[in-house]
Design a protein around this ligand. Structure first.
Ligand code: NAP
Length: 316
């Protein structure tokens, strides 16, 4: 796994890039796009005046626009980096000013709902190529971002049927420029895959941390003191942004409920194995799951370090 970006492009891919929402993902994109010379001018827009002020202070964009529409006027590529539930409203805001041939994309963790919100409000002369970088941390805000966030991670494009192939290729080149590997799939398939690989695991983490907090026989002090026994890793995931994750579950309801149904059945089988002292079932399942972690490490999506392999931004 490499944490260094490659050489900057000799010629930028886009003249004017507008990023709407300069949180963890948007500010990482601004930093990486600047380092890799992906756009001649980087424009930032954010609903929060405090975020706009901080972005100006950090100097991670060339222009900080007063609002998304002002920033979208001459943009060649607009990327919506706002919570999934806000994508439709932002698309409606920028739609009247988009120039012919402008490409609109997003980074939302759910794709079916984003396509349903955004596609109908965009003008016919703009192209829509939804994307989801499968990369992140539990942090939020413009200070949390770092240029190597997308390095060697997967970014999934889910273009609706009939999308201009050239627009898809330009968005692919943009993500590759940010350091990602790119895959294309349908929004429905994306939402099913991410329900099991990301959404349900987050729900389990939120749930187990809340359950531990509600316990009466075990004190909160003990939970913290002995957290290295497994709980600590769940608390990292359960510290993720509440707005973002509320929107994920509200917008990927069917796929999450389908996967939760299966999870509940498997959990009941484990519960039964424990009740009946069926060590063989437990051992076989644990041996099978261990190989999945090894596979993730072999594919460079995690390190074998016991601390979850998380390095601080900027560390090699
Ligand atoms: P974040 O750090 O909370 O940043 C979101 C930013 O968007 C905030 O500054 C927020 O301002 C702003 N915003 C909210 N509504 C807006 C609107 N209507 N117009 C303009 N700006 C608005 O969130 P994030 O983690 O970067 O997530 C952004 C998107 O990336 C989400 O769709 C998420 O699903 C996706 N994503 C996240 C991760 C991850 O690990 N975090 C990974 C992959 C994809 P306020 O602070 O004032 O609300």
């Amino acid at each position: 796994m490499t944490d260094r970006l490659g050489s900057p492009l000799a010629e930028p891919l886009f003249d004017r890039l507008l990023i709407v929402g300069l949180g963890l993902i948007g500010s990482s994109m601004a930093r990486a796009a600047r380092s890799m010379n992906l756009a001649r001018t980087i424009v930032a827009a954010d609903a929060s005046p405090a975020v706009r002020a901080r972005v100006a202070e950090l100097g991670i964009a060339d222009v900080v626009a007063d609002d998304a529409a002002a920033g979208a006027r001459d943009a060649d590529l607009v990327v919506l980096c706002v919570p999934v539930g806000a994508c439709g409203a932002v698309a409606a805001e920028i739609a009247p000013v988009l120039k012919p041939g402008a490409i609109v994309s997003d980074v939302g963790s759910v794709k079916g709902s984003v396509v349903a919100q955004v596609q109908p409000v965009l003008p016919d002369h703009a192209h829509f190529v939804p994307a989801h970088p499968v990369a992140g941390t539990e942090q939020s805000g413009p200070d949390a971002g770092f240029a190597t966030l997308f390095q060697n991670r997967w970014s999934i494009l889910t273009p609706p049927e009939g999308t201009d192939p050239q627009a898809i290729e330009r968005v692919r080149a943009f993500w590759e420029g940010l350091g990602s590997n790119v895959e294309v799939m349908t929004p429905t398939h994306h939402d099913l895959v991410l329900a099991i690989t990301s959404h349900v695991p987050h729900l389990i983490a939120y749930c187990i941390v809340a359950t531990a907090e509600d316990l009466e026989q075990v004190t909160e002090q003990e939970v913290v003191k002995y957290s290295a026994g497994g709980f600590r890793d769940f608390t990292r995931i359960a510290a993720s942004d509440p707005t973002m994750w509320r929107d994920v579950f509200l917008n990927n309801k069917d796929a999450v409920l389908e996967m939760l149904g299966r999870f509940n059945e498997d959990l009941s089988a484990l519960q039964r194995a424990i009740r009946w002292g069926d060590g063989e079932t437990l051992f076989n399942l644990f041996a099978r799951t261990r190989t999945i972690r090894r596979g993730i490490i072999d594919l460079g999506q995690e390190t074998a370090e016991p601390d979850f392999g998380r390095r601080k931004p900027g560390e090699a």
